[in-house]
Design a protein around this ligand. Structure first.
Ligand code: GLU
Ligand code: ZN
Length: 460
């Protein structure tokens, strides 16, 4: 097989939602797996709906996901001359004709067809008329009327459509401005795309496009139409990738989750990005629709938080801590140590940051969970915490072992059990009754803060 070249071709009319992200991802995975090229084309010919902000949002979201494209970005709006040349070719070989039908005439024909129970396919006399009129017109493609258009979709199987059933689609307006099904062919050919991988919503466009390739004498690429993504609300489905980033998904977690919307590898659920690239095959993309499931998505993300490199997590959690009011440098060794004590519990980076907050607030600004305080801060417990704090002053080597030894000696000396002080101490140190192990918490907090928090535990 010659070099694989695939493209992601978003229209910049909004955010990169999960469906678009999955299309981009599958193109990227296929290109990387095959050692080919992953191209990006911005389909911005619709000047009214396309915006620069949207283009930027899409490019930024792809960069965050790690979907780096090869070669220069192709902006469709800059290829007007090429589109015009292709249209001229179609005109000169009479592959297109001027259609003068008005929207009213089309609507009437549509209503008639639908009232007769059929689906509407535009047919009109303009196709065979050889008189020019001085009326507004559009360029329609002269679809063959015999035979069928057949292609082997890598995901959907063989798709055969009777040519009589394919509409004479509009390829360009009177001013020459071209429409999607036509420019996509011209530009895919220009970018020498070998495999068109896109959502199944485009499946009915493909026979039309194949006929345009043929009319232009261009090689027809292979096609793979991905199953639709269902589930959740329309609002969540159309939320942008950046909103998932802001909700605390790691790129590797989101990539893992959306890769599994349509693709599988045995019953393995958790993959690193490199592993997906290594294992991804288009032939393992299934036809059944993927369904979004937030619980599953969080679970996958949690696995990635657990498995990620500590340095990456430490870096990634910084902006989330900032939102919690904690301004801290990602190089901080205290932060790195704090992350290690908490990473096993968090489903999202938002949760991780919330769980880490207690380590970084000023000792006298620690907020206590009301229930935990009521339950564990008895006068007797407060007295013991002060005693423990005093004993801990003598610890010189602030390690888990030394802290444990000191506290154990204190409780033995006062005829106590660890459980008599453990929960009150945790509330004093963390602010709530749940948290990582007591000794590791104190090591990360440091000697001064730990002693301060134990000594000044307040009942109000
Ligand atoms: N701009 C089109 C879209 O976003 C591209 C479809 C295609 O991949 O051909 O739906
Ligand atoms: Zn017509």
């Amino acid at each position: 097989m010659s070099e694989v070249r695939v493209r992601f071709a978003p229209s910049p009319t909004g955010v990169l939602h999960l469906g678009g992200a999955r299309t981009a991802l599958f193109n990227y995975l296929f290109a990387r797996h095959e050692g080919g090229k992953f191209l990006l084309r911005i389909e911005d010919t619709d000047r009214e709906r396309s915006t620069d902000e949207s283009t930027k949002a899409i490019i930024d979201a792809m960069a965050w996901m790690g979907l780096h494209h090869d070669e220069e970005i192709v902006y469709q709006s800059k290829r007007i001359d090429a589109h015009q040349a292709a249209l001229d070719k179609l005109i000169s070989q009479k592959s297109v004709y001027k259609c003068y039908c008005t929207p009213e005439e089309r609507n009437a024909a549509r209503e008639k067809a639908e009232s007769e129970g059929g689906s509407y396919i535009h047919r009109c006399d303009c196709r065979d008329a050889d008189t020019e009129k001085s009326l507004p017109y559009v360029w329609r493609f002269r679809m063959p009327q015999e035979g069928e258009t057949v292609f082997d979709d890598i995901v959907q199987g063989t798709i055969a459509t009777a040519n009589r059933e394919i509409e004479d689609l509009v390829v360009a307006r009177q001013d020459g401005s071209p429409l999607y099904n036509f420019v996509v062919v011209v530009d895919d050919a220009f970018q020498r795309v070998t495999h068109v991988i896109r959502g199944k919503d485009h499946l009915t466009n493909t026979p039309k496009q194949i006929q345009i390739y043929k009319a232009l004498g261009l090689p027809v690429p292979q096609f793979a139409h991905l199953p639709l993504i269902l589930g959740l609300s329309k609002r969540l489905r159309s939320a942008g990738v950046e909103s998932y980033r802001d909700q605390g998904y790691l790129a590797s977690g989101l990539n893992n989750y959306i890769s599994r919307l349509g693709w599988s590898y045995g019953d393995q659920e958790i993959f690193t990005f490199d592993e997906i690239i290594e294992k991804f095959e288009l032939k393992n993309v299934n036809r059944s629709e993927g369904s979004l499931d937030l619980q599953k998505m969080e679970w996958v993300n949690q696995q990635h938080i657990q498995n990620s490199d500590g340095a990456l997590l430490t870096r990634e959690v910084v902006p989330f801590l900032k939102k919690e009011g904690i301004d801290i440098d990602g190089d901080s060794s205290k932060l790195a140590a704090a992350v290690e004590t908490m990473r096993a519990r968090a489903k999202t980076m938002v949760e991780l940051a919330q769980n880490l907050k207690f380590y970084f607030v000023a000792d006298d600004a620690l907020e206590y969970d009301e229930m935990a305080r009521k339950k564990f801060f008895t006068d007797d417990a407060i007295a013991k915490l002060k005693g423990m704090a005093a004993a801990l002053e003598t610890v010189t080597d602030w390690t888990e072992e030394a802290i444990a030894e000191c506290v154990n000696a204190y409780i033995a000396g006062h005829n106590l059990k660890l459980k008599d002080v453990a929960q009150p101490a945790r509330v004093a140190l963390v602010g709530r009754a749940a948290g990582p192990g007591l000794w590791e918490t104190m090591v990360v907090l440091g000697k001064a803060s730990s002693i301060q928090r134990l000594a000044t535990a307040r009942t109000e």
